[in-house]
Design a protein around this ligand. Structure first.
Ligand SMILES: [Cu+2]
Length: 163
């Protein structure tokens, strides 16, 4: 099942890649039309933000570690790896509550009560490719946490500061 699904994805992506390449070639012709600038800026920020500070995060049982725990305000790109043996996620919460003191209900952090949820890297499997998410962060105190049931309580949380 899994291999079959992967082939399906490749089949869907291949025409897109060819389309992009074809578009590049056509630009050699005489054409006074304004080139395509790549779409609108509506919606979520793009996955790669050139000016962003990159924070490499590692998830495993039962820790969240990062190569930086304080960054300047502005675009921050989290590149998240799962080095554990089960699925993990990373939720970014802006809060003044200490990282270890968030309210837990039935094994998970009550995200609505924790503070302002900025965004997350959803659950992903150990051994899969790193996930990336970029956010424009304002100065303040944050907590990075894994909210898979029980994981926060086991220690998967990290205080993070934006100056
Ligand atoms: Cu976890």
């Amino acid at each position: 099942m899994k291999a079959r699904q992967s082939l399906k994805v490749i089949a869907l992506v291949a025409p897109l890649v060819l389309g992009v390449l074809g578009g590049g070639c056509s630009r050699t012709g005489q054409n006074n039309e304004t080139p395509d600038t790549g779409g609108t800026n509506a919606g979520n920020p793009p996955p790669a933000v050139p000016s962003a500070v990159v924070v490499n995060v590692t998830l495993k049982e039962w820790t969240i570690t990062a190569d930086k725990t304080a960054v300047p305000a502005g675009p921050v790109q989290f590149v998240v790896a799962n080095h554990g043996t089960v699925v993990h996620e990373m939720v970014v919460v802006k809060t003044d509550i200490p990282a270890s003191a968030l309210r837990v209900v039935n094994g998970t952090v009550d995200e609505a009560a924790a503070g302002q949820v900025i965004g997350e890297v959803e659950e992903f499997s150990p051994g899969s490719a790193t996930r990336s998410a970029a956010f424009n962060l304002q100065p303040g105190s944050y907590v990075l946490l894994c909210n898979v049931i029980g994981h926060y309580g086991h220690g998967m949380r990290l205080a993070f500061t934006v100056r």
